[in-house]
Design a protein around this ligand. Structure first.
Ligand SMILES: Cc1cc2nc3c(=O)[nH]c(=O)nc-3n(C[C@H](O)[C@H](O)[C@H](O)COP(=O)(O)O)c2cc1C
Length: 357
């Protein structure tokens, strides 16, 4: 019988349990995206706290983009020895650690002085009110390359794998969303075309990191907005990603542009469960589900009764980094969530939960 504390394997990574810390931006790097003692401490506490796999906060791959406040970056080789400290620490405590690679596009906390707010088309971001600069072919070539180089640096820094952030309205997600992607070239229109940047980025990464290095994706099951990506389209994209050799999919949903009344009730336990269950049935690669996972027994039942490989959590591990150790020790009481003004977010004003992600 499958349990949450089974050792599992994803793309050759041996993971000590089925718990994943979902990517969580913490605003604790320095102003240039380099790790700080505080950032190292967060990751050490998480690794010590028993989670099998840690996915870092979204890490900027391109110096053509402005960093969000004290966000992590990996846009040159100077980051490699610094992240090595983080990966060695995680490994010492028996946790795998995966770097989340991202391009922010118009979802910037820095409204002033944004260097370049790339997007598929000239459309104002519904939430951030920044109008995208339509990416030229040269910009597209550049970003694909920046992702691939970031992945190679992550490998050199000792990360067990990378995860592409293709969810929540960041750049790769914007290309998938018809409302934001109005292009008439081969990067817009059909879902095959809207997915092209993501597919090509995966291929570019694979060429750089080799066939065996774990490459994961976080994707929206739906955008939950008018003219958003539908679940049918998500299924198409995921099937193609599996063909392209992606090693696992983490299923999330929505963005800052979502309409709250179109999203699943955010207070429900495991609110993307039904989407992830279907994807796990259909796909030949592991599926991880995030979103409202709080109750140990419900998660146990989920992995027992479905083909879902692992469960991931963000807010409970902000509140309680040793949650998994607590559960392992026998205290199985429900995970506590942060309240929105207590998260790591520097200003405490823009917790993703409030926005419906
Ligand atoms: C403070 C905060 C920062 C987040 N940063 C990221 C991020 O960097 N990348 C990402 O993919 N998701 C990010 N998320 C979303 C979480 O990974 C997760 O998908 C969401 O919070 C739902 O999971 P939960 O109910 O366990 O919190 C963030 C969430 C919070 C609360």
């Amino acid at each position: 019988m499958k349990t949450l504390f089974d050792e599992i394997e994803i793309a050759g990574m041996k993971l000590k349990n089925r718990f994943v810390r979902s990517a969580t931006y913490d605003g604790c790097a320095d102003g240039n995206g380099h790790p700080t003692p505080r950032l190292y401490k967060i990751y050490e506490d998480l690794a010590r706290g028993g989670v099998g796999t840690i996915i870092t906060g979204l890490t900027s791959v391109s110096d053509a983009e402005q960093l969000m406040g004290r966000q992590m970056a990996i846009h040159d080789d100077s980051f490699i020895p610094e992240y090595r400290i983080m990966t060695d620490t995680a490994h010492r405590h028996g946790a795998a650690i995966i770097l989340q690679l991202a391009c922010m596009g118009t979802q910037h906390h820095a409204h002033a002085g944004v260097k370049s707010a790339w997007g598929p088309s000239v459309v104002e971001d519904l939430a951030y009110k920044i109008t995208a600069q339509e990416m030229s072919r040269a910009d597209i070539d550049r970003i694909r390359e920046d992702f691939a180089r970031g992945a190679l640096r992550a490998k050199r820094a000792g990360f067990d794998g990378v995860q592409l952030h293709a969810a929540h309205g960041y750049l790769l997600s914007k290309f998938l969303t018809p409302y934001y992607n109005r292009r008439s070239d081969e990067y817009g229109g059909s879902i095959e075309n809207r997915g092209r940047l993501l597919f090509e980025t995966c291929q570019a990464i694979r060429e750089k990191v080799g066939p065996d290095y774990p490459v994961l994706i976080k994707i929206n099951c739906e955008d939950f907005m008018e003219q958003g990506m539908t679940f049918e389209e998500c299924r198409f994209v995921c099937a193609r990603l599996a063909e392209l050799g992606i090693d696992a999919i983490e299923v999330s949903g929505g963005s800052f542009s979502s309409r709250p009344n179109e999203s699943p009730a955010r207070k429900e336990e495991g609110y993307f469960r039904r989407y992830a269950e279907q994807l796990a049935r259909e796909l030949p690669i592991p599926v991880i589900v995030v979103g409202g996972n709080r109750d140990f027994e419900t998660m146990s039942e989920l992995v027992r009764e479905s083909s879902i490989m692992a469960v991931s959590l963000s807010r409970p591990l902000i509140r309680e980094s040793a949650l998994i150790e607590r559960w392992r020790g026998g205290d199985r009481s429900r995970a506590l969530c942060i309240s929105c003004n207590k998260c790591f977010n520097p200003k405490g004003t823009s917790c993703v939960f409030n926005q419906g992600v």
